[in-house]
Design a protein around this ligand. Structure first.
Ligand code: ADP
Ligand code: ASP
Ligand code: MG
Length: 463
């Protein structure tokens, strides 16, 4: 059994929905289909909610436009005998949406919980529509089986409960193709509507695939596969035919937006292969991600970048107890729920740096100042300072350290082109070399790094 996930652009227009229908109907056996909201709708729902909270704009007109977009699709693609029922279901959601927006306009406030309800309408509507476009398909409500719990200020999937509910919801054998919305969930304790984070429909599909031991997870999107870099930044990027789970996990957690990062882990754990395919070009080969660690040609797999990064540097006499400083730093970060992207020692003897999302920098500073309070007092740690407005570039392949001196050569390439490298990962990763640069330099740095790894002259750099 296959799980297929179609992203916003795949369900965004009448043309692409026709492709979705063709793709799913050609499978020849029941499958599970997970869909995102119509392309751009989640952004629009959020923007409209902010307008309502600010008392700006014509909210009714915004909702009318969203309603029209859905009803045009229903008119064009849903068979006449089902059309009224689907219009009525979507109409009910639109009416509910109007009420929520009215509430926001009245109180002039937009609590997180209300925003979660607002964004859920996207997938709730699209999934009903897609279920009724596909022949012999049934709709099922992800809110019944994707459950989250609070973790610091985030909602994260409760895997045990979710796995159990998915198995109960779908049973052991599919009689029909089932369609459900990605992204949306409910809090396991309060029952309130939550979600898995922006881009989270990929993760919904992976949770379902893993719980049901699917044979394959297909992520259908708007590019021909996982590429050597984001094609919007690097037009020369090319499709990677095959990569390992670990490589995809690294590239995604360092910003390759083609898959939502938590997606890989559940399928990796169950060894379920994952394919990235193009809804608008279904014959393209795509990318196969599985556990085959290939002895590949001497090349890197891909390059990605993450923006809005901060770096916190601890300076002092750290030579004698680096290991302890490392572990204390990691523990302090973990206790604060802060994700650390990389650790580096810009200057081996006297400084130690950790890199995290800009939004978590204040918490990181507090956590480290608390952890190293005794050393700050005694003078062993001289200062803890932060710098924002940075980006991380990640160069990824399994066993990357086999390419001797690659990090140094990439740094030299950037320096020669006038780009300062603030930090380099310290070589502990088997898979990634990460370089920290100023955000203003990141696009040029990406071009240089990608060019160095994938252009015709790459051999000079890589060998
Ligand atoms: P969907 O709506 O299908 O979930 P997304 O916009 O989330 O689509 O992801 C697809 C987009 O990811 C592509 O259009 C591309 O611009 C971007 N992207 C970023 N990095 C990569 C990469 N390494 N390979 C392919 N696409 C990438
Ligand atoms: N619709 C949600 C978003 O735009 C989830 C998704 O598309 O995966 O973030
Ligand atoms: Mg996506």
């Amino acid at each position: 059994m296959k799980v297929l996930k179609f992203g916003g652009t795949s369900v965004g227009t009448i043309g692409s929905l026709r492709n979705v229908k063709r793709i799913v109907e050609s499978i020849g056996e029941p499958a599970i289909v997970v869909v995102s909201a119509l392309g751009g709708l989640t952004d629009r729902l959020i923007a409209t909610a902010r307008m309502a909270a600010a008392g700006e704009g014509d909210i009714a007109a915004e909702i009318d436009a969203m309603e029209k977009r859905h009803s045009d699709i229903i008119e064009s693609l849903v068979a006449t005998d089902r059309r009224n029922a689907v219009m009525a279901s979507v109409g009910k959601y639109i009416a509910e949406m109007r009420d929520v927006y009215k509430g926001i306009s009245l109180i002039r406030d937009l609590p997180e919980k209300t925003l979660d309800v607002i964004v859920s309408f996207g997938e709730r509507m699209s999934s009903v529509i897609v279920a009724n476009i596909l022949g012999d398909a049934r709709h099922c409500d992800s809110l019944d089986f994707i459950k989250t719990e609070k973790w610091f200020n985030k909602n994260i999937a409760d895997r045990t409960l979710t796995d159990d509910l998915i198995r109960k919801s779908f049973g052991s054998k599919l009689e029909h193709t089932m369609v459900c919305g990605g992204f949306i969930s409910r809090d396991r304790d309060t029952g309130e509507i939550t979600n898995l984070g922006r881009g989270g429909s990929d993760y919904t599909a992976a949770l379902i695939a893993a719980a049901l031991d699917a044979d394959l997870l297909e992520i259908w999107t708007d590019v021909d596969g996982f590429m050597t870099s984001d094609p919007r930044i690097i037009p020369e990027a090319r499709v990677i035919p095959r990569m390992s789970f670990i490589e995809s996990m690294e590239l995604c957690s360092f910003g390759a937006k083609v898959i939502y990062p938590p997606t890989i882990y559940p399928v990796f754990h169950k060894n379920i292969p994952l394919k990235i395919l193009n809804t608008n070009n279904p014959d393209a080969q795509g990318t196969l991600i599985d556990d085959s660690v290939q002895e590949m040609e001497e090349n890197v797999r891909g390059v990605s970048s993450l923006r809005q990064i901060s770096m916190v540097t601890v300076t002092g006499d750290i030579t004698s107890n680096v290991a302890q400083i490392n572990s204390r730093t990691f523990n302090a970060m973990a206790r604060g729920g802060i994700s650390v992207f990389l650790v580096s020692q810009p200057d081996c003897d006297s400084s130690f740096a950790v890199t995290m999302p800009e939004s978590e920098m204040e918490n990181a500073m507090t956590a480290l100042r608390t952890e190293f309070a005794p050393e700050l007092q005694s003078g062993d740690v001289l200062e803890i300072k932060s710098r924002s407005g940075l980006a991380v570039i990640a160069v990824v392949r399994e066993s990357i350290r086999k390419i001797k001196g690659l990090g140094a050569r990439l740094v030299n390439t950037l320096l020669r082109n006038g780009i300062e490298v603030m930090a380099v990962s310290d070589g502990t990763s088997e898979t990634t070399i990460a370089l920290v640069v100023d955000i203003g330099d990141v696009n040029r740095a990406m071009e240089l790094v990608h060019g160095a790894c994938f252009s015709e002259q790459q051999n000079q750099l890589l060998r």
